[in-house]
Structures are given as C-alpha cells and as structure tokens.
Design a binder for this molecule. Structure first.
Ligand code: CU
Length: 355
C-alpha cells in the first residue's frame, strides 16, 4: 500500500513539475513574467522601494526570432571581422521594446567560431550617429586592457587583433564604464574556439546565450538601478536575447541523433543551471574540464552550472518522440523567459491539460 502511494505521489509530482514548466512558460507572461514580478509597484506608496513595472504595449513590433543554429567554424587561419556597434530599438519580449546597444545590430552579438592558432582581426566601429563611447573585450584573447579594450567615441574605430591560444566557449562584451550598463543593455556575445583538429562532427549544433533584462520604460535603455541591485532580480532571463522565443517556436530535432549545444552565461549578474528536461548530457566541456561519453563508470551530467562569463559545450540525445524543455534549473527564471523546447521527432502525444 505504501509503495503504491509513494509511486502515485512520485508520478503526480513529476507530472506537476513538467506541467508547471510548460504552464509557466506559456502562461506566466501575463506580462509574460513582467508585472507578475512586482504587482504592487504601480501604487504610489511603494514606488520608493520597488522598481517600476513595465506594461506590455500591444502595438510593439513582434520580436525577431533568432536562429539558434551554431555557425560553422570559419575557414582559413586569419579572420577579418568588422563589428559595427549600433543603438536601436528591439522587442525583447512580447510587447516590450527597449533601446538596446549592439554588436552588429544583434543581441546577443554574432556567434563567432574559430580554432586554436587562428588570428582574429576585428575592426570595431562606433558610428558617428551613436550617442556614447563603446569598446570590446574578448575573453578568448590575451591582450592589455588599456590598449585593445579602450573605449572609442562615436565616429571612431579601432583594430583589436589577437591569436586564439586556448579552446573554449568565451564571452565578448563591451567594457566601457559602467560595464554593467553596457552588458545589461545588450553588448555581449559568444566566441567559440575549437581545439586543434576541431570538434568531432555531430548531427546538430545550437548556440544559446543566457542573459538578463532589467527593463527600463518602453523604448528606453535598461534600468541601471535595477541592474545594480545587490540581489539582482531581472524582469526577464532569456536565451538568445528574447523571452520565450523557443517556447513559441520549438526547435525540431530527430530522435536518437546527437545534439551539441554551446552555452554561455553572459549575465551580467546571475548564474545559469543549464538543463534540458528529459535528457542527460553525455559530453560536457566546461571551462576546460571534459566529461567524456564512454568514461569508466558511465558518468553523466544533468545540469551545467555557469557563473556570468562562463561557457560550456554539452551533448545529448533524445530517446523518444516528444517535447524536451530547455531551461535554467534556477527555477525562479523559466517563468521570466528562460525556457524553450526541443521537439524530438513527431513531438509525442498531446499532453492533457489543455495547453
Ligand atoms: Cu558599450
């Protein structure tokens, strides 16, 4: 009897967790996670102690879906890359537009992919139409902070050249003071450096950058006071810049094939516990440490912990047709946008519960 109860309880619990994930993702964005974080903030007496809530604007442009596919490794040994930094409006969640700062007009900036030994020669351009100085700091480089990473004013450019000496999934970002503001307002991206000889081929590759939005008023820059809080409480936590985009547009993958994901936690301030519900990572390369498939003991990994500015490569397979939520398992954040779905095969049976 006890066994039956325990089993029933467990099964119910598992279902509830799964439903919770999906429901959180698909429903909580009543303000999809926005107003929900601070329902009292519109009352005047609370304004001094609680940050303002941004109300979704039904007339805001639809967000632009970011292709999650990882790029191929760049051919050749020397890469000339021009990065123009822009300041523009971006829909970061349904109904929410912010004045973001970008590398190459994208948040996150473009995913760059090279190999150990390559020379990367970046021409960084700050157009005269911009409002402020910017800069770039490649964590994949070994260069002086007060030389290549210097800020340039609108109308200026600089060349930032380095040799990629170490393999990994590295962050790049604007380091202009306050760097917290420039990163929180969109100036970050991923550069993958493959080891000599390259990574072994797999069937599918994706890249996810986790980051936070501390929303300012509609069409303005982010709120630096929110972002500066000692206990950060972002309005949104997102993969590839936009809340819930891969929940709205599940990423289709075949059953049984190997999927490699490059992950970066761009922060600026909170950790990620990257997890894909229903899978176990059989390969993990995190900050130089490698868990290999076929290891003695057959050890596997359920979630990869990343602090801001840490990156990893994980590999997994989907054993059954169905839906596999992509989350940070810091579970106060999937409801704020850090959730997506892999749809394996035909997507499996429809779930009960009406979603
Ligand atoms: Cu900047």
């Amino acid at each position: 009897m006890q066994k039956t109860l325990l089993y029933t309880g467990l099964a119910g619990g598992v279902t509830a967790v799964f439903l919770g994930v999906v429901l959180i993702g698909s429903m909580l964005l009543v303000g999809r996670g926005l107003g929900a974080t601070n329902p009292d903030a519109s009352h005047g007496e609370h304004q001094a102690s609680t940050p303002p809530v941004v109300q979704p604007n039904p007339d805001a442009p639809a967000y632009v879906l970011r292709d999650p596919a990882a790029p191929e490794v760049a051919t050749g040994d020397v890469h000339e890359i021009e990065l123009v930094m822009t300041e523009r409006q971006m829909t970061v969640a349904e109904g929410i537009e912010q004045l973001v700062w970008t590398f190459a007009d994208e948040v996150p900036g473009p995913v760059l992919r090279v190999k150990v030994g390559d020379t990367i020669r970046v021409k960084l351009v700050n157009p005269a139409t911009n409002s402020m100085p910017h800069s770039i700091d490649f964590h994949a480089s070994l260069v002086a902070w007060n030389d290549e990473m210097r800020s340039i004013d609108p109308g200026e450019s600089l060349t930032y050249e380095f040799v990629a000496k170490y393999a990994g999934v590295f962050m790049y970002h604007c380091g202009t003071a306050p760097a917290l503001m420039h990163i929180a307002n969109g100036m970050f991206g991923m550069i993958i450096v493959e080891p000599t000889g390259g990574l072994p081929p797999v069937d599918h590759e994706f890249a996810f950058v986790q980051s936070e939005w501390y929303l300012g008023p509609q069409n303005q820059t982010i709120d630096i006071n929110k972002a500066s809080a000692g206990a950060p409480s972002p309005d949104l936590v997102v993969f590839n810049g936009v809340a819930n985009q891969y929940l709205d547009h599940p990423i289709e993958v075949p059953v049984g094939e190997t999927v490699r994901v490059f992950i970066l936690d761009a922060g600026p301030s909170i950790d990620s516990s990257f997890h894909v519900v229903g899978t176990i990572f059989h390969e993990v390369i995190k900050e130089g440490i490698h868990l290999k498939e076929g290891n003695e003991g057959n050890w596997g990994s359920q979630a990869v912990d990343l602090s801001p500015a840490q990156g990893a490569i994980v590999e997994m397979r989907f054993d059954e047709d169905g839906l596999y939520p992509i989350v940070t398992h810091a579970f106060n954040f999937p409801g704020r946008g850090a959730i997506g779905l892999f749809k394996a095969g035909d997507g499996g049976p429809p779930m009960e519960g009406g979603h």
